[in-house]
Design a protein around this ligand. Structure first.
Ligand SMILES: Nc1ncnc2c1ncn2[C@@H]1O[C@H](COP(=O)(O)OP(=O)(O)OP(=O)(O)O)[C@@H](O)[C@H]1O
Ligand SMILES: [Mg+2]
Length: 322
């Protein structure tokens, strides 16, 4: 059994951590309104917009999770030369994250706009490019990785498949000798050789090795570890918690039963807490257990949520006191 005191002492050094996040930056935009009529132009509802709001998405949501934990966070990524790029930069700075952005005038800042009326999402509009980055932009990112690798204790690669994560970028992080935590995109599976740990969800794990649904999670995990020569792997299992693979051992960690409101962003919280606890001296098992608590907490909150150190301490008390 884990001692509450030990976990609390790990949490109390979160603020001494310094971690870099690299990946696809996304601006989540929400237009909130009401519907009173059907358009005379086409059989579609007309939304009268009352409010507009923005959130950090993709890799920038991972950075927001880290910063909420008290970690000094550097965020590397690509923005367009546009208004949305400025918006992301503003949101990032507001949350005490240090931006290390490369501006690319050949692509837009990735934007996902949700139109919501009567508490229901009517439409999502995406503006993005999934093209590979130009060699010049890649060079700029690599030089930023080199600049910060001395000062950070680890890297989180948050791959949303929009083109930022490439072999060179993964290898530059690995080459730094610092631990590299990866939230993968199955189509980029082959890029992640030499990393420290990967955190796919169940679907992504099966896709990575093209396993049929009858295969066991143990089989799938072992295949991934062999393919990428990994010693650690964390497969998140949604309402079933997670499976931590450590060398030859597999440990299933059951989910915390609680009311589920919104599962989006749980994966971002999991990798943030996992990396922070691990770099704060936690064992892999402690890191996964706290990440699982944190994941269970955020799915019970409305909207993409983050977890603060005090909340994490309360959750530990609730779970370990009995
Ligand atoms: N329904 C649930 N009940 C309890 N805990 C949950 C539930 N769904 C997710 N979690 C927690 O969140 C973690 C990550 O969830 P999941 O496996 O769905 O990741 P994901 O699909 O990567 O999420 P995301 O939507 O952010 O990409 C789980 O390991 C678990 O700890
Ligand atoms: Mg995920």
């Amino acid at each position: 059994m884990l001692a509450v005191e030990r976990l609390n002492s790990i949490i109390s050094v979160f603020r001494e951590r310094k971690i870099a996040v690299i990946g696809d930056l996304i601006l989540d935009k929400y237009l909130w309104g009401s519907v009173d009529r059907i358009s005379p132009e086409a059989p579609v509802p007309v939304v009268d917009v009352k409010k507009e709001s923005y959130n950090l998405g993709g890799a920038s949501n991972v950075a927001w999770n880290l910063s909420a934990l008290g970690v000094k966070t550097v965020l590397l990524g690509v923005i367009g030369k546009d208004e949305n790029g400025k918006l992301i930069r503003g949101l990032v700075e507001e949350k005490s994250i240090v931006p290390a952005f490369v501006e690319d005038d050949s692509r837009p800042t990735t934007e996902k706009t949700r139109i919501i009326a009567v508490s229901q999402q009517l439409l999502r509009i995406d503006r993005e490019s999934k093209e590979k980055l130009s060699p010049e932009i890649v060079r700029k990112i690599l030089s930023k990785i080199r600049d910060i690798s001395e000062e950070v204790e680890g890297f989180i690669i948050s791959d949303y498949g929009k083109g930022v994560v490439s072999q060179e970028i993964v290898q530059a992080c690995v080459f730094s000798g610092k631990p590299v935590f990866v939230d993968p995109k199955p189509k980029n599976y082959h890029l992640y050789k030499g990393i420290t740990i990967m955190t796919p969800n169940r679907k992504e794990a099966y896709e990575c090795v093209k396993a049929s649904p009858e295969e066991s999670i143990e089989f799938v995990g072992k295949r991934i570890m062999e393919d990428l020569s990994l010693d650690k792997l964390l497969i998140t299992l949604g309402p079933e918690g997670m499976a931590l693979f450590d060398g030859d051992r597999v440990k299933k960690i059951p989910a915390r039963a609680r009311k589920v409101y919104d599962v989006t962003g749980a994966g971002d919280t999991v990798i943030s807490v996992l990396a922070t606890v691990r770099l704060s001296g936690g064992t892999w098992e402690e890191s996964a257990i706290l990440a699982n608590y944190a994941g269970g907490y955020v799915v019970g909150e409305i909207g993409t949520a983050v977890v603060y150190p005090d909340t994490l301490k309360e959750i530990i008390l609730l779970n370990l006191q009995v």
